[in-house]
Design a protein. Structure first.
Length: 682
């Protein structure tokens, strides 16, 4: 049995003291602000139900949230030169997007240097997992049907959510467009097409139908095809000496969704099916004068998800979810020969997931909830001596939240039991884990637009199936990887003025500690490696997000958003050879700038991304040094009516200054490229 680490170590740090200071700074004040009469009770009830969300043209800030949150939604997403969710999340502070190049390259998110496996991805409230390798490819989620992207450090700031939402160190929520028939129309259709560099052709279709006052239907699909060919420079010791064309970066992908929505009195329900099918080339790293690769990958992902939510009384609410998913992955490498011929690996992963959340309101200011999840993950493969693992996961979260006029407190106690069973060759294992979480936000002044917040969270991630059972490198005795997080921050909004419409500021300082980090170590020879619990990492950082909206004469608006991240992620593995070194691919300095000028039907958008110097390996030595990089993107958009139909036309130039750079070393990114888009609503 494991108890999320380290009590004495945690109590020595100021982050927890800051949180306790917020929680108990003025308990008498909080007690005196309990509702004393019906008027105060009604007022407080409104305060609870209507969370304060301040919206700007670029980002939204949930002022009362005790967890740091960054949101891009609606028009904000349209102003970014983004083809997929992966392109959009680059603009969040504290995020490193690992991009292996081109439209078809794998794209995974790493938040505050905790690793991709520590960020849970939710699609319409349902987690998108991968027990095989812990990676979620954000490049396969198109923005055409996405209404909002929310990134929470810690967890989403509500106790009314499935247990899985509490267990990850960070959570990324993707929300698809929900039908809105308030205009009186019962049918809505939108068609769009994008084309541009790399042989890109990307048509999409969205259909929304109001069936009755209770039921509505949404169907969407998009097809993506690109050859992925672009020029890049290949650098040798004495500098750039040749220009080549990236090969084997093609992709063809189809995504389709069908959803049925129902309004049921005081509740709602939905049933969604999702299917994704792709074939892509894997361009590989540019090493030793090798420019061409022939590896291919196929992915087929299917899931059906049902959700039901209802308020059976003023005090009791229920949320239930059911999901079945089946993922297929095939990887071939004609250059790698086995006794059976060329390498041809196939994986089949099935998951069944069920969740029930019960929330009860004890007082107007006090709620409790109990969330329980159960899931079964099973992995099959055609690999030699594959053990065929099955993972049974039981998660529980007992939570409480208290709201007063100026003080919000939330506490969670998380428990997990994971039972690992294998069919052949190895012995399965089980894990018991308990983790506490406590968070708070406080309004120190009369203005409701300024809040300070803090949280303390312990969490873990289970080793993936590849970590445990992959042939030659797996280690079935691996322990979970534990994280401890501290955060102290504030959000401040300036009320709109005549010239300055709004200004918002969000700042956070944080400290994370990772224990039992799972790393690959060489064993008897360099061909056979093994996974071990060895690493420890200390991460300290600072994040700043600002947004300004200006209004000029002639209905001209200027939106300006800036974000900056300072992060020091140090390897502190006892007696480690790289003790004190910055961990791979973590820049100390990074930032983004986004701006938009709009006038009548026209809009000009500009965005800038900077990533500072990094190291590609654990040792911070010159040979592992990765240069800083930056890109600038620009788009011109016309949004009006053509033949009486709402029409939007856009022209984009990405990487305007034709910078040659690597996000991941030896995986060159595209230079200057172009994109045209048009959408029509019926």
């Amino acid at each position: 049995m494991h108890l999320c680490e380290n009590r004495r170590f945690c109590l020595k740090h100021g982050g927890l003291f800051l949180l306790l200071w917020i929680l108990f700074w003025n308990p008498i004040y909080a007690q005196n602000n309990l509702p004393k009469n019906n008027k105060e009770s009604d007022s407080l009830k409104k305060h609870q139900l209507n969370e304060v969300i301040v919206t700007t043209s670029k980002r939204e800030f949930k002022v009362e949230s005790p967890m740091p949150v960054q949101i891009l939604s609606g028009k904000q997403l349209e102003k970014l030169n983004s083809l997929s969710v992966a392109d959009a999340v680059r603009y969040f502070s504290g995020v490193q997007l690992k991009d292996y190049g081109g439209i078809g390259g794998l794209k995974t998110i790493n938040v505050r240097s905790l690793g991709s496996a520590h960020t849970a991805v939710f699609y319409d409230g349902m987690s998108v997992g991968n027990a095989q390798n812990g990676q979620v490819d954000l490049g396969k989620y198109s923005l055409d049907n996405i209404e909002a992207i929310e990134l929470y450090n810690g967890q989403k700031s509500t106790i009314f959510q499935p247990a899985r939402g509490f267990f990850s160190s960070n959570t990324l929520f993707l929300k698809t467009k929900v039908p809105d028939f308030s205009s009186g129309k019962t049918t809505k259709i939108r068609t769009s097409v994008k084309t541009g560099s790399f042989g890109l052709f990307n048509p999409s279709f969205l259909y929304q139908q109001k069936i009755s006052s209770t039921f509505s239907l949404t169907a969407s699909a998009d097809w993506l095809k690109a050859d992925g060919k672009y020029k890049y420079r290949y650098q040798k010791t004495n500098g750039y000496d040749t220009t080549a064309v990236r090969q084997n970066g093609d992709i063809e992908a189809l995504r389709s969704e069908l959803a049925l929505h129902a309004k049921l009195g005081t509740g709602q329900a939905s049933l969604k099916t999702y299917y994704y099918d792709s074939e892509r080339g894997l361009p590989g790293a540019i090493l030793a004068n090798k420019y061409e690769y022939v590896q291919r990958q196929w992915d087929r992902n299917f899931f059906v998800h049902g959700s039901y939510q209802n308020s059976f009384s003023k005090k009791y609410e229920l949320l239930a979810n059911l999901k079945f998913s089946r993922d297929y992955n095939r990887y071939i490498d004609p250059d790698y020969k086995t006794l059976q011929g060329a390498l041809d690996n196939k994986y089949y992963q099935n998951e069944f997931y069920a969740s029930v959340v019960n929330q009860y309101t004890i007082k107007e200011w006090w709620k409790v909830s109990l969330a329980t999840d159960f899931s079964i993950n099973k992995l099959d493969a055609n690999l030699y001596r594959f053990p065929y693992p099955t993972r049974y996961s039981y998660l529980g979260a007992l939570s409480t939240e208290m709201h007063w006029s100026r003080l919000d407190i939330q506490a969670n106690f998380l428990g997990a039991y994971v039972d690992e069973q294998v069919k052949y060759y190895q012995q399965g294992d089980s894990q018991h884990v308990f983790c506490p979480v406590i968070s708070a936000s406080y309004q120190p002044f009369d203005t409701k637009n300024f809040r300070v917040r803090a949280f303390y969270k312990e969490s873990f991630r289970m080793p993936t199936f590849n970590d445990l059972y992959y042939t030659f490198i797996g280690n079935s005795s691996l322990k979970p990887e534990f994280t401890t997080q501290y955060d102290f921050g504030s959000t401040y909004i300036i009320e709109p003025k005549k010239f300055l419409q709004s200004a918002s500021f969000q700042a956070d300082v944080y400290y994370n500690h990772v224990k039992d980090k799972i790393v690959a170590m060489p064993s008897a020879n360099l061909f056979r490696w093994t996974m071990m619990n060895l690493g420890e990492v200390d991460i300290t950082g600072f994040e700043l997000n600002t947004n300004f909206v200006f209004r000029f004469p002639e209905q001209i608006f200027l939106d300006l958003g800036l974000s900056y991240t300072y992060q020091k992620a140090i390897d502190v593995t006892p007696k480690g050879t790289t003790y004190g070194d910055q961990i791979p691919y973590t820049p100390m300095n990074s930032g983004t700038a986004t701006s938009s000028i709009s006038w009548k039907n026209w809009q000009l958008n500009y965005s800038f991304i900077y990533t500072g110097e990094r190291y590609s390996q654990k040792a911070n030595i010159p040979v592992n040094f990765v240069k800083p990089w930056y890109t600038s993107d620009m788009a011109l958009i016309w949004d009006g009516k053509f033949l009486k139909l709402p029409t939007k036309i856009g022209a984009e130039v990405n990487n305007i200054f034709n910078q040659y750079y690597d996000v991941v070393l030896n995986f060159p990114m595209p230079g200057r490229n172009y994109r045209l888009s048009m959408s029509v609503n019926f």
